[in-house]
Design a protein around this ligand. Structure first.
Ligand code: CDP
Length: 234
């Protein structure tokens, strides 16, 4: 899996929406030649398929059944991760406003979380994975050798999302800020595996900092953790 490091580790990157997790995680994975796993995309895929099939995000039982039956496959690639749901590529549907508005409700359901966490743990078994999400360091991979809690001020996070989305009719910065705040509130307050900094996670505030600097920092920590493990085994 990883020809340049004898002792690949797992890296968990958690934090609120728009903190830069996916960009940072992808670049860290590239630098270390690890596999990047975007777990948010899995919750988004369940949400997108539910909306497509006319299943209400309020219907916990139906959503739970859907999550259990749905075959979700992540395909890592140079152009970014692609997601297959029951064999069809749903990647382009994952970041719609409709999915944004409903994903945190869907992600709070027990059957959904159980299915996704099982899949995620399986993906990390061979090590050499950079996984980003909300509960990776606390719940999915509590033994990850390096844990990062990445955040930025709410304004900066909304601004990043706004720039990322480009001009879209009817979308204002203020509206985005409200939606992100609401999603964060739901993710933090939910009963199961809420968004939380693991006690052994390093706190990184990306406000006003260039992304490359944060990536370099995490890559260095990753290399150091890997060296420590190698030294311990000698
Ligand atoms: O990219 P962004 O930060 O906006 O969100 P995402 O990482 O794609 O995650 C979308 C939603 O999925 C989050 O708001 C959470 O409700 C849920 N999620 C989760 O519950 N657990 C994870 N490990 C990852 C995402």
């Amino acid at each position: 899996m990883n020809p340049h490091s004898e002792h690949p580790i797992n890296i968990a990157i958690d934090g609120p929406a728009g903190a830069g997790k996916s960009t940072v995680a992808r670049l860290v994975a590239n630098a270390l030649q690890y596999v990047y796993v975007d777990t948010g995309a899995m919750y988004r895929a369940v949400t997108a398929i539910a909306l497509e099939r006319g299943i209400s995000p309020d219907d916990e039982e139906a959503i739970g059944r859907l999550a259990e039956e749905l075959d979700i496959v992540l395909l890592p690639g140079d152009e970014g991760q692609r997601v297959l749901a029951d064999g069809s590529d749903v990647t382009s549907k994952l970041r719609s406003l409709e999915v944004n508005r409903n994903v945190s409700r869907v992600a709070a359901y027990e059957a959904v979380r159980k299915k996704m966490a099982d899949l995620q743990r399986r993906m990390a078994l061979a090590k050499g994975v950079v996984m980003d999400g909300r509960d990776i360091g606390t719940n999915v991979l509590p033994d990850a050798e390096l844990k990062i809690f990445l955040t930025a001020t709410p304004r900066e996070r909304a601004l990043r999302r706004y720039r990322e989305m480009g001009e879209q009719p009817g979308v204002t910065l203020e509206q985005l800020e409200r939606e992100i705040a609401e999603r964060d509130r739901m993710d933090r307050e939910r009963e199961l595996a809420p968004l939380l900094q693991a006690p052994d996670a390093r706190f990184v505030d990306s406000t006003g900092r260039p992304i490359e600097q944060i990536v370099d920092e995490i890559v260095e920590w990753g290399r150091a953790a890997s060296r420590t493990i190698s030294a311990g085994e000698k």
